[in-house]
Ligand binder design. Structure first.
Ligand code: SF4
Length: 258
């Protein structure tokens, strides 16, 4: 008996990875494993519930118990677009502990929802999950774009996570992922100003508490890279010095038909 463990992130890719594995292997030995960072968008939990009900598989939730900012304060290191210790602490380690307690690498396959467009990430993920075998069902044909996956999900009668409809590329950490770039922070400033304000407050508190001139974002001026704080980004945006490059997500086929 092989156990099939889906690393269920709440993203559309991991849902379709689970769906493909269920279609191929059935659901008797299928596990949907979700690591909760405690700062997810509330609609992510609705989506996970709908996805689990659709597949007829129970969701297993693991958690470290801290938020990303609590990890940064504990480690005296502010997560940023290049290095984010939160992924390891809040997702990888809790999932690995669950695997170690419940699965044998000899008869377990872990599935990750990375798709064909993100193929370059695959070697690192395989290395990171060793000794477990990892497969990537969304890297197999047929190759679907993210918009295609969203449309196919709607066609099943499952509402897609709302962050996608709000033009986020990923449904993670409530739209305040430190690895996202400036554009996503500006999007968050527009659609979730209270989340932006909280991240700005935490970043400032980190800078003061550790006396470090660091920031989640950086910018390069005259060839010199320097921190760009969320406070400064907001001031420039509010002052009309910068704009967000507006992006609209392709309308769902059902919306077009209506
Ligand atoms: S989604 Fe971003 S902020 Fe959240 S745990 Fe991963 S790297 Fe950290």
């Amino acid at each position: 008996m092989t156990r099939h463990v889906i690393q269920m992130s709440g993203g559309i890719g991991s849902f379709w990875a689970a769906k493909r594995v269920a279609d191929q292997h059935g659901t008797a030995d299928l596990v949907l494993l979700f690591a909760d960072t405690l700062v997810e968008d509330e609609d992510l939990y609705r989506f996970l519930g709908d996805a689990a009900a659709h597949l007829g598989v129970e969701l297993v939730t693991v958690r470290d118990g801290r938020t990303p900012f609590e990890v940064y304060f504990d480690e005296h290191f502010l997560g940023n677009s290049r290095l984010a210790p939160c992924t390891k602490r809040l997702k990888q380690i809790p999932c690995r502990k669950w695997l170690e307690a419940n699965c044998d690498p000899a008869d377990t396959v872990v599935y990750v929802g990375i798709d064909h467009a993100e193929q370059r990430r695959i070697p690192g993920v395989i290395k990171g999950w060793s000794p477990w075998r990892v497969e990537f069902p969304m890297d197999d044909e047929p190759h679907w774009s993210k918009d295609g996956m969203l449309d196919e999900c709607r066609a099943l009668g499952i509402a897609v996570p709302r962050l996608y409809d709000l033009c986020y590329e990923h449904n993670n950490c409530g739209g305040v992922c430190v690895r996202a770039g400036r554009e996503q922070w500006l999007l968050t400033l527009e659609v979730f100003p209270e989340r932006y304000a909280e991240a700005e407050r935490q970043e400032q508190r980190f800078r003061e508490e550790f006396g470090k001139d660091v920031a989640i974002l950086t910018e390069t001026v005259a060839g010199v890279k320097r921190p760009l704080t969320l406070a400064e980004l907001r001031r420039r945006y509010e002052g009309g010095l910068i704009r967000r490059r507006r992006k609209t997500r392709q309308l769902a086929l059902a919306d077009v038909a209506a």
